[in-house]
Design a protein around this ligand. Structure first.
Ligand code: SF4
Ligand code: SF4
Length: 240
């Protein structure tokens, strides 16, 4: 994304629109900071500029295009065919049926508006969960970025790219899940320098309760139960 200086009238309307704070007035010129911009497309798509001065290049070059794939909700991820961040996420379990009884699902989301996340931090998380021997959710764009599945390493040329957010999704046997939480909390708090949200999914029992939720409570974890279902997707997965 860039601003055509010939057209810009410096009205500053575009500055509050950017979720990353990448549009700035510097030395009386309104510019987009190339490093901070994650190519989310918000400033361009909403036609905020009365002069049409905000423009998109014909083709975002590789590896910068990775920013758009993980930040622009209308971009479709090549590997998964899903728009946005490329994953239907755990809340679509009624369709994917990925998280079954006996397993606990975790999503570890790096980045938020304003801060974002560098893929070098994502690689740290991928290496950590790989070293713990957990199972990755395969239908996730982050999984498709991994070049070495024995270490969790990403392509070196993409490590300096910044995205709005990226989500790692893994499955852990229920009996190992508390150890996983303890170790990941220690790791995320000490090794990462960006906002991280870790969420847990487990199947409810026939009474609507959850054995794992009780376990979390016993271990003193604060729980904010949240039933998320993508209503209208029609398909119901069969539990094996
Ligand atoms: S593409 Fe997104 S991050 Fe980049 S300047 Fe526009 S609104 Fe900001
Ligand atoms: S909205 Fe358009 S004219 Fe106004 S400062 Fe931004 S780029 Fe310039």
């Amino acid at each position: 994304m860039y601003i055509d200086q010939e057209l810009c009238k410096k009205c500053l309307d575009c500055i509050p629109v950017c979720p990353m704070g990448a549009i700035r007035l510097q030395k009386k010129i309104v510019t987009i900071d190339y490093e901070t911009c994650v190519e989310c497309g918000v400033c361009y798509r909403f036609e905020i500029c009365p002069e049409g001065a905000i423009k998109q290049v014909d083709e975002i070059p590789y590896p910068r295009i990775i920013r758009a794939v993980f930040s622009d909700p209308v971009q479709r991820h090549e590997a998964t065919g899903v728009q946005g961040r490329g994953t239907e996420e755990m809340k679509t379990n009624d369709v994917t049926n990925l998280f079954q009884r006996g397993k606990v699902g975790f999503s570890i989301e790096l980045g938020r508006p304003v801060g974002g996340a560098y893929l070098r931090d994502l690689e740290k998380v991928l290496k950590k969960v790989t070293s713990m021997g957990v199972e990755f959710a395969g239908d996730n764009p982050v999984y498709h970025l991994i070049t070495d599945h024995t270490t969790g390493a990403l392509r070196p040329e993409i490590l300096g790219e910044k995205v709005l957010s990226a989500i790692v999704e893994v499955l852990v046997p229920e009996q190992q899940a508390m150890d996983f939480i303890r170790e990941m909390k220690r790791f995320l708090n000490s090794e990462l320098d960006c906002v991280v949200t870790m969420s847990v999914i487990s199947r409810a029992d026939s009474e609507g309760g959850s054995r794992f939720m009780e376990q979390l409570r016993r271990h003193g974890e604060s729980i904010y139960p949240n039933g998320k279902v993508n209503i209208g997707m029609a398909l119901v997965g069969e539990e094996s």
